[in-house]
Design a protein around this ligand. Sequence first.
Ligand SMILES: C[S@@+](CC[C@H](N)C(=O)[O-])C[C@H]1O[C@@H](n2cnc3c(N)ncnc32)[C@H](O)[C@@H]1O
Length: 211
Amino acid sequence: MNVSNEKVEFVNSANKVVGRITFESVTVARRVLTSQQTDERYTPPDLIAQVRRFMGRITLDPASSPEAQRIVQADHFFTKDNDGLSLPWNVSDPTTVFLNPPYNTLKQGKSTASIWAQKLLTEWQRGHVQEACLLVYAAFGYKWFNDLYKNLTSVVFEERLRFVNPDGTSDGQAKKASALFYLGPRRLAFTKEFCSRGFTRVEYPKLQIRQ
Ligand SMILES: C[S@@+](CC[C@H](N)C(=O)[O-])C[C@H]1O[C@@H](n2cnc3c(N)ncnc32)[C@H](O)[C@@H]1O
């Protein structure tokens, strides 16, 4: 695998680079926080239940809070206080991750979702993660999202999701569509599990992350 701070490459069996994810800077204006834009927007319980059923269990939720854990119920979770971006993710063997990253803030000029996606891929490449589902807004047109979409198995949800507030209420459907990406050996099973929810795409089965 060719990993730099900015790039992850995929190669085929002839060691030819056939895919590339580039985490270039994404310029997004800083916004005033509103209730629609807070980080504390939790995954709908029915989707968490489906992810948990598919992976068997969620052993790590690396971007979370005690309130979110009422729904996610991961074996381990990280919060703002201990910072999941700076910790290793090999909390169990195997480690199965569900990641719905914070998305309203920017760090180092990059969108937060792209930084968390890059952290997931780095932990995957280190062998710290065996299976993962990554939930982000379907940000088509942004290079980091396009690259994830081109290289990973995914479902883009037909219905906009109803995220949950910390008090258990929901503000209704999100303004944008969401996508769930899969990292792991059961790509076809993933699309079978989630195809009824939207538009699935399987990465080419021979693709491997360059070691
Ligand atoms: C979009 S919410 C998702 C929560 C939960 N994982 C879920 O799917 O319902 C993102 C969560 O990440 C937390 N968070 C923000 N910065 C973090 C950090 N550096 N490390 C770990 N968690 C963080 C937020 O407090 C928030 O609870």
